[in-house]
Design a binder for this molecule. Structure first.
Ligand SMILES: [Zn+2]
Length: 198
């Protein structure tokens, strides 16, 4: 405990978060644009996917490492080898609260990157829909999700906290990706699962 408190005092931000470690910086800087996506079929990967992710510090959000990570996550999720609609920090080996999500609710359906993201509330109809996951290749399942959510995240430029109401399929993607940050996979919530070889 003494070591933990010392570490918080030495490198923590006002909220007591810890900055990016040398190992995390090395992972970001050493990775190609196409990052390796962790899967549940590898023991080490699976343990990391099940761990709890923590926030970035304000300093980290303004760092070159965060810019590089955001760009590489966007490249990776959109690469034809993955072709996903969302990806979360743990899936590229970082237990940090960040997700990249395709915004089907916005004109042009752009991807966005959302650091220190949280689900503030969920409401509306709970409807099952088909889901897959880049970390569980070869499978798909029906997962019940809420129709409406409020998410909060930090703008990495202004460091303001942004809150947004989102509904529909984009709300489902956010629920799936934010689950990753709490070590939860869609297979934990699925009503049914099936082999999906494409
Ligand atoms: Zn996933």
């Amino acid at each position: 405990m003494v070591i933990v408190f010392w570490a918080l005092a030495a490198c923590g931000s006002r909220s007591g978060q810890l900055g990016l470690t040398p190992a995390e910086k090395a992972l970001i800087n050493g990775s190609d644009s196409l990052m390796r996506v962790l899967t549940i079929y590898d023991r080490e990967d699976s343990l990391l996917l099940r761990d709890i992710s923590v926030d970035f510090t304000d300093k980290d959000l303004r760092s070159d490492e965060f810019k590089a990570l955001a760009a590489k996550m966007l490249y990776t999720v959109q690469d034809p080898s993955q072709d996903g609609v969302g990806i979360a920090g743990p899936q590229v080996g970082l237990n940090r609260r960040v997700v990249a999500v395709q915004r089907y609710d916005l004109p042009g359906e752009p991807f966005g990157v959302f650091p220190n993201v949280r689900l503030d509330s969920l409401w509306g109809e709970i409807t099952p829909g088909p889901e897959g996951c880049l970390s569980v290749p070869g499978w798909a399942g029906m997962v019940p999700r809420y129709s409406n959510i409020i998410v909060s995240y930090k703008d990495p430029l202004t460091l303001d906290t942004i809150r947004e109401r989102i509904e529909g399929f984009t709300a489902v993607i956010f629920q799936h990706e934010i689950d990753h940050l709490d070590g939860v996979l869609y297979i934990d919530r699925a009503d049914s699962l099936w082999v999906d070889v494409r």
